[in-house]
Design a protein around this ligand. Structure first.
Ligand SMILES: N[C@@H](CCC(=O)N[C@@H](CS)C(=O)NCC(=O)O)C(=O)O
Length: 259
């Protein structure tokens, strides 16, 4: 485990100089147009910023104790799964960004979060890695040339297996797009002309929705999936830019290469 402050060692042996109460966010490397290819990593990073929690980023060990990205280390303790991370941090730092939501609104927003994190996600990654064979996605990443060749081979096969196991992969490409479009239509109707899903200010569920929609908005350049926001549901397009400006004013500097 760790000493008090200074150098923290998590249970996975990661050693990095991080102060007490500073979150070490383990995630993938930055992308060309969006700071992360993982919707869940972007969700956690957005939350850390909204909640004003100090953090540093590690990209050397993106996969955590549950074999997924992202995960965090705080004061020597590892926490995996984006939702558990947000709940852990909310308690640890007494985060109040959802306090102004009534019980009914908070419950509706939890349903919105689940739609984004557990439903929309599967449409996007099934298309990204399997149906489209990573072609569009790779345009949004600054991977080294060697990885550009190996990545699609590896991801396409793995994603096909996972998507079929999940069930989404049993549908045709048209049906998967149809499901994705319906998810976007639902989100667009719920958002309406509000600035954020939380209303005038972003709330915790906004982090999830933004993390997922950002994948369509910035990591699917020129595709019919991106067009769901840029053409079909422009209030979601405006929402993505509003969240970007509000939460990531340094977005361009985070990109690889920085803009
Ligand atoms: N429920 C997890 C999902 C995380 C997840 O699926 N992450 C993906 C990257 S977007 C991943 O690590 N996939 C690797 C794998 O499944 O082997 C969370 O909310 O953090």
């Amino acid at each position: 485990m760790c000493g008090a402050g200074g150098s923290l060692r998590s249970s996975r042996g990661k050693c990095m100089d991080v102060d007490q109460d500073v979150v070490l966010l383990h995630q993938f490397q930055r992308g060309k147009y969006c700071p992360n290819l993982s919707p869940y990593a972007l969700k956690v990073e957005a939350f850390l910023r909204l909640a004003d929690i100090k953090y540093e980023v590690d990209t050397k060990k993106p996969f955590g104790p549950k074999g997924k990205c992202p995960w965090i280390t705080i004061n020597g303790e590892d926490v995996a799964d984006s939702q558990f991370i947000l709940e852990h941090l909310t308690e640890r730092f007494n985060v109040k960004i959802d306090n102004r939501l009534g019980q009914q609104k908070a419950a509706s927003l939890e349903a919105v979060r689940i739609l984004a994190d557990e439903h929309l996600f599967w449409c996007v990654v099934t298309w990204r890695y399997w149906l489209d064979g990573c072609v569009t996605f790779l345009k949004s990443q600054s991977f080294p040339p060697k990885l550009h060749r190996a990545f699609p081979l590896f991801m396409k096969r793995g994603m096909k297996r996972r998507a079929k196991h999940h069930g989404i992969g049993l549908h045709s490409p048209e049906q998967i797009y149809h499901i994705c479009r319906k998810d976007c239509a639902t989100l667009a109707s719920i958002l309406g002309e509000d600035d954020f899903f939380g209303g005038d200010e972003p709330c915790t569920s906004d982090c999830s929705v933004f993390g997922q929609l950002a994948q369509l908005m910035w990591n699917a350049p020129g595709s019919h999936y991106q067009a769901l926001l840029t053409e079909t549901y422009p209030n979601l397009d405006r929402y993505c830019h509003r969240m970007k400006d509000r939460v990531f004013p340094d977005w361009d500097q985070l990109l690889d290469p920085p803009q």
